[in-house]
Design a protein around this ligand. Structure first.
Ligand code: GDP
Ligand code: MG
Length: 213
């Protein structure tokens, strides 16, 4: 029987307050742009399936901050149980670009001993006339971090699918190669859900076996 999803990846979205994290997540998971998003409404996570190859689906569990980023009070658990993330800045807000480095350092410290795969995202690309960070500059920074760079707009639905799908494919490749392994007590990657099949995902995790695809 075909797997409903071969893996679940837990992702985070980080960056300064108001860069558009919640709007990006909602555009991706709900297909709409909520103009006003209340930073204090703490919806924990959103889910969506993505098909990375015909018939091969990955379930993404995407965690949003509940406004804690305003006070830099994101907890260790938020980072620690994630396998990947979008590192966001707002292309019309230079300060948010300058802070990318701090966000990355914070993530690195908290995620240990695990690793986390990031894509650098220049958001609100629909506001090109107010741009304060050039594409070239952002690409250079991403290259220095060995990350991909992509520009998105939740308002105009530009590259939203691409950003999440690229990240998912990169993680999938690392999992497939065994560079990222499932581990007990870690939520970053879980093995797939296959109905009516003997292996339980718990067994697969325990044995360190990769999925059931
Ligand atoms: P967060 O604090 O990073 O979660 O940011 P929000 O998602 O709450 O968005 C902050 C503000 O940016 C809101 O007023 C949104 O309407 C606006 N915003 C978010 N995404 C976009 C976008 O793609 N384009 C434009 N023009 N505005 C956006
Ligand atoms: Mg938010």
């Amino acid at each position: 029987m075909e797997a409903i999803w071969v893996y679940q990846f837990r992702l985070i979205v980080i960056g300064d307050s108001t860069v558009g994290k919640s709007c990006l997540i909602r555009r991706f998971t709900e297909g709409r742009f909520a103009q006003v998003s209340d930073p204090t409404v703490g919806v924990d996570f959103f889910s969506r399936l993505v098909e990375i190859e015909p018939g091969k689906r990955i379930k993404l569990q995407i965690w949003d901050t509940a406004g804690q980023e305003r006070f830099r009070s994101i907890t260790r658990a938020y980072y620690r149980n994630s396998v990947g993330g979008l590192l966001l800045f707002d292309i019309t807000n230079r300060r948010s670009f300058q802070n990318v480095h701090e966000w990355l350092e914070e993530a690195k410290v908290h995620v240990q001993p695990f690793q986390i795969v990031f894509v650098l995202v220049g958001h609100k690309c629909d506001l090109a006339t107010q741009r304060q960070v050039s594409k070239e500059e952002a690409e250079k920074l991403a290259a220095a971090y060995r990350m991909k760079y992509i520009e998105t707009s939740a308002r105009d639905s530009i590259n939203v699918e691409q950003a999440f799908t690229d990240l998912t494919r990169d993680i999938y490749e690392l999992v497939r190669r065994g560079d990222i392994m499932m581990q007990e007590g870690w939520e970053g990657v879980k093995s797939g859900f296959v109905p009516n099949v003997v292996h339980s995902s718990e067994e697969a995790v325990k044995s360190g076996r990769r999925c059931l695809c």
